[in-house]
Design a protein around this ligand. Structure first.
Ligand code: PGA
Length: 259
């Protein structure tokens, strides 16, 4: 079970360092291997420094798709990878809603992240309005199809005989996080039937579209120690993407230990 802690725009480098120091003291080696911290980009070096030598994974919350250029205030995937990030969220609902990021724009980020060797975690999920209008699957389908479009097109090229030249299979590296927008930061967790249905559907979609069966699918949206055990038992729930509850060590470890 993976627990990825999305700190969003919280914690200073000093607080990040203290968090990691306490985490190393309190978590077992097995637990540490299941945690991925996603601090603000400017805390990455503090996390790396504090984690030095320990088997603790961390990543970034966002990146720009370009390698460099006139993009004031942005960070390239390559720089994040250079700072030790092994994962990068792409298309978190806050990026989609507050910063207007479209599927097409996010598809470029997925490729940029993959090219650095980091794992892109593509976040998808429907709004309450979309769910109530019966559009959940069509929203998820377009977020997946358009967001992963470049990888799927690369695969077609590979099938035409270039696979050996590139020496890689582009359809293995991506992770998905299903986060119904109405469950993020609201305290309103999706019910087991809703999570089972969405994860089952995403799993089948990925398999039908050439992604490996084992592509991890995380659930996110108001995950807490109190609801994690029930969700963790559901088929195709490979872990959690946790916001609020990842800011406190007690609740982060509580989620990990709830199963
Ligand atoms: P939450 O956030 O756990 O606070 O609902 C989840 C997320 O935004 O990834």
């Amino acid at each position: 079970m993976i627990v990825a802690g999305n700190w969003k725009m919280n914690k200073t480098p000093e607080e990040a360092k203290q968090f990691v120091a306490s985490l190393l003291e309190q978590a077992t080696a097995t637990e540490l291997r299941e945690i991925i911290l996603l601090p603000p980009a400017l805390c990455l070096s503090a996390v790396r420094e504090a984690a030095k030598g320990a088997k603790l994974s961390f990543g970034a919350q966002n990146c720009h798709f370009a390698k460099s250029g006139a993009f004031t205030g942005e960070n390239s995937a390559a720089v994040l990878a250079h700072m030790g990030a092994e994962y990068c969220l792409v298309g978190h609902s806050e990026r989609r809603q507050l910063f207007g990021e479209t599927n097409e724009f996010l598809a470029k980020k997925v490729v940029a992240v993959e090219e650095t060797g980091m794992v892109p975690i593509l976040c998808i999920g429907e709004t309450l309005q979309e769910r109530e209008a019966g559009k959940t699957k069509s929203v998820l389908e377009s977020q997946l199809r358009e967001g992963l479009n470049s990888l799927m097109m690369e695969d077609e090229v590979l099938e035409m005989g270039e696979k050996d030249d590139l020496g890689m299979d582009p359809l293995t590296g991506v992770w998905i996080a299903y986060e119904p927008v109405w469950a993020i930061g609201t305290g309103r967790v999706a019910g087991p039937d809703q999570v089972r249905e969405a994860h089952g559907w995403i799993h089948s979609w990925l398999a039908e579209n050439g992604f490996v069966e084992s592509t991890p699918i995380l659930y996110g949206g108001s995950v807490k120690p109190e609801n994690a055990a029930e969700l963790a038992k559901l088929p195709h729930v490979d872990g959690f993407l946790v916001g609020g509850a990842s800011l406190e060590l007690k609740s982060l470890l509580g989620i990990l230990r709830s199963k």
